[in-house]
Every structure is written in structure tokens, then in C-alpha cells.
Design a protein around this ligand. Sequence first.
Ligand code: BGC
Length: 517
Amino acid sequence: MAGGGAVSSGNGKAYPGKLTKRVLVTTIVAAMGGLIFGYDLGISGGVTSMDSFLEKFFPSVYRKQKADNSTNQYCKFDSQTLTLFTSSLYVAALLSSLVASWVTWRLGRRRSMLVGGTLFCAGALINGFAQNIAMLIVGRLLLGFGIGFGNQAVPLYLSEMAPYKYRGALNFCFQLSITAGILIANLLNYWFVKIEGGWGWRLSLGGAVVPALIMIVGSWFLPETPNSLIENGKKDEARAELLKIRGVDNVDEEFKDLVAASEASKKVEHPWRNLFQRKYRPHLVMALLIPFFQQITGINVIMFYAPVLFKTIGFGGTASLMSAVITGLVNVVATVVAIYLVDKLGRKFLFIEGGIQMIASQVAVAILIGLKFGTSGNTSNLPEWYAIVVVLFICVYVAGFAWSWGPLGWLVPSEIFPLEIRSAAQSITVSVNMFFTFIIAQLFLMMLCLMKFWLFIFFSFFVVVMTLFVIFLLPETKGIPIEEMAIVWKSHWFWKRFVADGVDMEMAKGGSRVNTI
Ligand code: BGC
């Protein structure tokens, strides 16, 4: 992440600090950032399954969908412009997260959040009042730019404001607010679709304005983080702010370390070039593969297209939206379970258990859909009990994701990169995540049409690969202070051949390394 300097924690020191009111308020504003991201993830699926919306903007999809069952069920919704509506947001997010990393660094975290909130607001309004596809896409692009800024600045802001003891929990709370955003979006779609006159989708899309306004107003009043103030040469202000947010009389030690961390991070001239050195090969591989794997689980097929998918297998409009509410609820609850378990059972256990659960449920869904639709996709609607069983397995799958790759896909990268490559590696993780989110969003409906029920087997194949990857190639990072992380690579059967030199050199220098989050 830009700038790199943050609260130092893992050096065995215990900085004094309380969970002050100031910190709690920052958490609420940060939660708005996650909420908007989740809201946008969840809202488009329901909206694109609404008849009035399709009829207005995508009449050919609407006609195909309404046609009798001789139309192949798998291909009912296949339209590249329809998917562009969903996916355009993630291209914009990918591009803007690169710009945002500079803004967050030079102009501060607070300004980045302000920019993010403003873009969100504009995007939501344009979408709510949309008259044509162009307005829809422009609105989505603006929301995407907002997400680039929000996702860059908010987690960083949180980590820097939080007393180090609460940092892990706050990191997961960001994911929790994403899942809450998805659920709220699903619920609103369920209600708004019932509005007479079929204009409920306007409220669904425009609704994102509410958390966006809270974020704008909140970040207007929020203080800048001490780290960012130090980075921009305002040391006195930084110390005063640190005293206020920690709620104690003496913050000397933490302040001194923040200044040292900021100075150390300024010395890193070429984080991008560093990243390609042999000793950072494991980090580079993780920065690329973890976000790729998170997306290739197929989770966003459910998050974006659950209502469309449920309609495809023969649910009515309201039942489809209700089923999306159910999967959204399972997502939130399972994320809470993960927050509770992650520091007890460890990352690998959750990854492996979640992986097995996802594989089993994907295979089950493929069999259930395959048995009824075959590959022709021509069938009358499913009997109710059958459809309920499908939804049940999808819930098992969502729970498996939500207590493994969902939160860990963000947490693990954030704890394994050493300071000197952190900003570069983190941008890679965010960009790769957004890129594959875009690919899945854009290609899913076409893939469903081409691969039929085999699509679920396709995703489960990748979950098998990534579970094996975790078993053999991912070291356990539970309970290991961040500055000790080098040791996990050095003692790993495979990665030690890459990192050994680097670690030895640092040890030889006396082992003095400056570390931040
Ligand atoms: C992923 C999103 C996904 C969400 C579902 C996040 O961790 O990055 O792509 O939609 O989890 O809860």
C-alpha cells in the first residue's frame, strides 16, 4: 500500500492505547467503505433479473428470457452488454486503485476516502436516474472508480488508526461489512421489485447514495492518521493526533517507531524492482495467486448472478430474489464464524476445510442441475423440493467460501509482505483481484451457456488445485509477528531455496529490520 508506514506491532512491544471513541467512529466510516463495495457487488444481480429493468435496457434478453422453454435454459441471460453492466465497475476499480495508491500516499487517506465517497455518490445518482445503457455504464464506472479509492484508503486508514491489538479484528470487520453490504443489497432488491410500476430498480441502484453520503460527511470530519501526517512532514500534528486516538498520556515509543518506519519506507526506492528479486519469489507468487484463486472459486457467480441463476433453474422472480437473500445471510454469518476462529484454528485449517466444503457442494450442484437439465437445457421448471436442495448446497458452498478464501484472501497477503515490497505487492494483489472479478463477471453467463452444468465442475477443479496449493505451498502464519515472517519461508520445504540468501544476509547484518503492518 502506498507509503507503507503504519502502526508497528510485532516487535514484542506493547504500545499503550485504548479503544477510544475516536477510533470507534473511524470504524463506522470505514464500515461504510466496505458496505458500499458489498452493496455494489450484490445489487446488480438482482436488478438484472428484474423484468422491468431488462425490458427497458436489454429488450432482447427480456424477450429471450420470456420465450417458452424451447429456449435453452442455460443461455436465457447470455448477453455481453448485460454482463458489461455488471463487470464495467471492476475494470474501473482496477485502474483507479493504481491512481488511488498515489493519492492515498501524497494527499492522505482521508482525502482518498473523500474522493471515493464523491465518486460513489455521483455514480449512484446517475444509475438511479438512468435513461439509457450509456448512463448505466457511466454510473457503474464512477462507482468502480470510487471502489478503487475506497478499497485502497479505507483498510489502510483502519490499520493505522487501530491500536495494534485490535488490528486483526478490524481487518476482518472490513470483510464483514462487505458481506453486510451484499445482504442489504439482496434484501432491498427483494422489496423494491414489488413496487408498482416496475421502477424499484431505480431505488436499488440509487440506494448506494446513502452509505456514500455517510462516507463523505464522515471523512470530512475525520482526522488524518498520524502515519500519513508524519509522511508529509507534519510531526507535531501527528504526535497530537496520536495522543488523542490512543487516549493515554504517553505515546513516545509508538511515535518514535512510526517516525522510524516512515523514514525506512522512504529509503525504499524501487519497490517494484525489488519485487522481482529472487528472494521475493514466494511473495510475488502469493501476491498473484491468492487473489486469482479467491476469484476462481466462482464465488462471484453467486454474488453477482444468484437471482439470475435461480431464475435459470426455474424459480419465479420473487423466489429468486429471496434465495439471494438467504445466500447473503449465510455469507454474513459464516464470516462472523471466521472472525472467531481464524486466530484459534489458523489460516491453513480454514483454507483446507473451506476448500473441501466448496468442492463437495459444487460437485453436488453440478449433478443436481445436470440430472434435470442435461446439456440441452430444455426442461420444464424444477419441482420445488428439488430447487430447495440446490439452494441448500449453494448455501453450503457460500459458507465454505466465507470462512476461508473470503476473508483470508485479503488477510494473508496483508501479513506476508515485508515492508520493502509492501506497497508494490499490495497493489498487485488488489489489481489481480479486480481483474479476475471483472473476468468472472463478464464471462460467467457466456460460460454457463457454453459449459452448462459442467461450469460448476470447472470451478471445483480449481478449488481442488488451490486446496493442494495451500496444503503444500502456503506456510501457516497464525500467531507469527509480522517481522518474524521471514522465518516461515526459510523453514518451508519448498520456499527456503529462494529466501535463504536474503534471510541469511539480514541475520548477518544483526537481524535489525524495521517492520510495519
Ligand atoms: C471478495 C469478493 C466477494 C466477497 C463475497 C470478497 O472477499 O473479494 O469478490 O464478492 O468476498 O463475500
